[in-house]
Design a protein around this ligand. Structure first.
Ligand code: ZN
Length: 80
């Protein structure tokens, strides 16, 4: 684990649990506590193949959601 470096800034990567939001066929899902490697310098996240497989399984609806929330959506082109 210690040999892996950030692809962008060569910073040190630290294993963390992160929250990831992802669009799936027009709807958004949120995955909490997903394992990732997070760069200590720039904050970029890298997902392991295992984490990627887990996301794919969740996206395919193989697992029941923990809870459902209403999400507020903003369009930046309509603000100005
Ligand atoms: Zn970095």
């Amino acid at each position: 684990m210690s040999e892996q470096r950030c692809l962008y800034c060569q910073g040190e990567l630290e294993p963390q649990r992160v929250t990831r939001a992802q669009e799936v066929e027009g709807r958004w899902i949120v995955i909490e506590n997903l394992p990732a490697l997070v760069c200590r310098q720039c904050g970029e996240r890298f997902y392991t193949p295992d984490a990627h497989d887990l996301v794919v399984a969740l996206v395919q609806g193989l697992v029941k959601p923990t809870r459902t929330e209403v999400v507020e959506v903003y369009d930046a082109t309509r603000v100005a």
